[in-house]
Structure formats: structure tokens, C-alpha cells
Design a protein around this ligand. Sequence first.
Ligand SMILES: [Zn+2]
Length: 145
Amino acid sequence: MSYNYIKTLIYGISSELNITVKFIGDTLEECVDCLNIDCSWAIGSNEIIIGKYLNDENMLISFFHEIGHILIAKEYMEKWRYNTLMIELECWNIGIEEARDRGVLFSDNAIRFGLEKVLTYCGHDERECTNWYDTYGKNLIINIG
Ligand SMILES: [Zn+2]
């Protein structure tokens, strides 16, 4: 799958789910310097920002992970409120299932990329990019800890 194909896929699924999607570089060029590579963000329940990725499949699986953040059940969030690791794992699972439902099957390498992201939560309850609020002035959908 080419970068443009993946981007078209992301736009299509976003519109299906009534989610606004932005790619950093298209609209947030001024922020590029202060944002990490290989990061995306779900903002509220209807917006996803996709950062710069070194690998297109990792970009796609990360998009689905953010979908997981948007679709995750409130009850699950409440139940695991004190443990971001459990919430992150669930969001990866939801996202990968959503992808599968649409005929997208990820390679083990992409799933491993997600798992490695999850493991960064071990031992410290932090979001992927803790500077996002300062940078962008909005709360993330996950606002725990
Ligand atoms: Zn996450």
C-alpha cells in the first residue's frame, strides 16, 4: 500500500465515522518541530491528528489505535482509570479489530510497533506526548494521571 492509498483510506474511514482527520504538515506545520515522530493524537471524540511516520503501515495502525481511543467504552475507561497501560492495550485491540472488519490485516511488525508504544507506559502513567496540551492547547481524549 502506497502512502497516498493509505491516506485515502484514512480519509474514507474518518468520514464514515464522522471524524475530522489532520495530517501534521498539511495544517500544523508550525508545530512540527515540537512534536515527536511516530505519534498521533485523538482529540475529544471526533478529531484525530496524525504525525510524521517513518513507516506508512505504522501510520495506518496508529490511526486505528486513535479510533480505538474514540470508540472505547466509557465503562472500560472508568474501570481502568488508574491504569493507562490497560486502556492503551484495549485501544490497540479495538483499533486492530476495526481494521480487520474493514479488510485491513496488519503485519506482525506493525503490531509489534503498537506493542512497543504500549510498553512505554510501563512504570509511568503518561500519555504518548505529554507536551501536547502546552503545544496545542487542547485536552486529549485520554486525560488521566
Ligand atoms: Zn494511545
